[in-house]
Design a protein around this ligand. Structure first.
Ligand code: TPP
Ligand code: MG
Length: 348
């Protein structure tokens, strides 16, 4: 019996990456003097806060897990600069920077780390579990990838309410290999939900490098099967992040559905507070710090353009250190939650 010649499968007309959708990483926007200073101050607050959190952890004031965001500050800062009031954010456990970017109070965040009643979850959530409905921040989640479906749900609610707000759903390169991420991608694309999936590719998931764990290391292509376009962004340059944020928020508000931004970034510290760091060399970390540091990049531009001199930058640093010192002072001296609170704010 003659067999019909097998036809080659029809080639998909459009590759659903950023390029086929007419998207490519936008050029970094030029910041005004005020924007540079604002970005500098915001990133410095995150850096100094995290340094202090590391110290308090070492002194035994913070128990449990604590994941520092040092090195990645440009990602949340640039994205926040692209938001309007009512836009939401949700992320994983490396979340202190995200909270500060959303303008949650440094005292409230630090006191939550030390488990005090003035903490944002009244001292009962700790580093990984803080929320602020007023500031549109939805956590803080310890289960890798779980926030992706929650963020997609937030976007569904925005679509349903037709309020034109977008949801920034952050997750890591490791989380990008979790199954529920792809279930969420499918629904978000099918229903054209206003959600920006921000993959913070800091090159490692605990001690495992991206190349050891991921078959597709270009995370901007991770939405290909779901027709979600994506672009790669220099996540160490706050201006590049802001430009990508502008593009993505416009895309979502125009009703075009979800978008993926792969932020290429780097974490300087260990995964959590005890990390033997045998999976990378000291030279690799040092190279990033000295050549790509997000805060130093802004500082260099401010000095070069003569928008600030060393003294003015020192004054900003002093102001930021004062805010952080006040938060730390509060977090060490505030009372612990009353035992009667043990059964409140929980679902039985
Ligand atoms: C479902 C689940 N599996 C495993 C873990 C343990 N775990 C905690 S963090 C982590 C690595 C995640 O890395 P990535 O998503 O790249 O985020 P990063 O820590 O780099 O910010 C793993 C495997 C967990 N918390 N939840
Ligand atoms: Mg990672």
């Amino acid at each position: 019996m003659a067999t019909a010649a097998r036809k080659a499968p029809a080639k998909s007309k459009s590759r659903p990456d950023g390029k086929s959708a007419g998207l490519s990483a936008p050029k970094p926007v030029d910041f005004t003097k005020d924007e540079e200073l604002d970005a500098y101050r915001r990133m410095l607050l995150i850096r100094r806060f995290e340094e202090k959190a590391g110290q308090l952890y070492g002194m035994g004031f913070i128990g449990g897990f604590c994941h520092l965001y040092i090195g990645q500050e440009a990602v949340v800062t640039g994205m926040k600069m692209a938001l309007v009031d009512g836009d939401q954010m949700i992320t994983a456990y490396r979340d202190h920077g995200h909270m500060l970017a959303m303008e949650l109070s440094p005292r409230g965040v630090m006191a939550e780390l030390t488990g005090r009643r003035g903490g944002l979850s009244r001292g009962k959530g700790g580093s990984m579990h803080m929320f602020s409905k007023e500031k549109h921040f939805y956590g803080g989640h310890g289960i890798v990838g779980a926030q992706v479906s929650l963020g997609t749900g937030l976007a569904f609610a925005n679509r349903y309410r037709d309020n034109n707000n977008v949801t920034l759903t952050y997750f890591g390169d490791g989380a990008a290999n979790q199954g529920q991420v792809y279930e969420s991608f499918n629904m978000a694309s099918l229903w054209k939900l206003p959600v920006i999936y921000i993959i913070e590719n800091n090159r490692y998931a605990m001690g495992t490098s991206v190349s050891r764990s991921s078959a597709e290391t270009d995370f901007s292509h991770r939405g290909a099967s779901f027709k979600i376009p994506g672009i790669q962004v220099d996540g160490m340059d706050v201006r590049a992040v802001k430009a990508a944020g502008d593009l993505a928020t416009e895309w979502c508000r125009a009703g075009k559905g979800p978008l993926i931004l792969e932020m290429q970034t780097y974490r300087y510290r260990g995964h959590s507070m005890s990390d033997p760091a045998k999976y990378r060399s000291k030279e690799e970390v040092q190279k990033m710090r000295s050549e790509r540091d997000p805060i130093e990049q802004v500082k260099a531009r401010l000095l070069e353009k003569k928008w600030a001199d060393e003294d003015e930058l020192k004054t900003i640093d002093k102001e930021v250190r004062d805010i952080v010192a006040d938060a730390a002072e509060f977090a060490q001296n505030d009372a612990e939650p009353d035992p009667s609170e043990l059964w409140t704010d929980i679902v039985l």
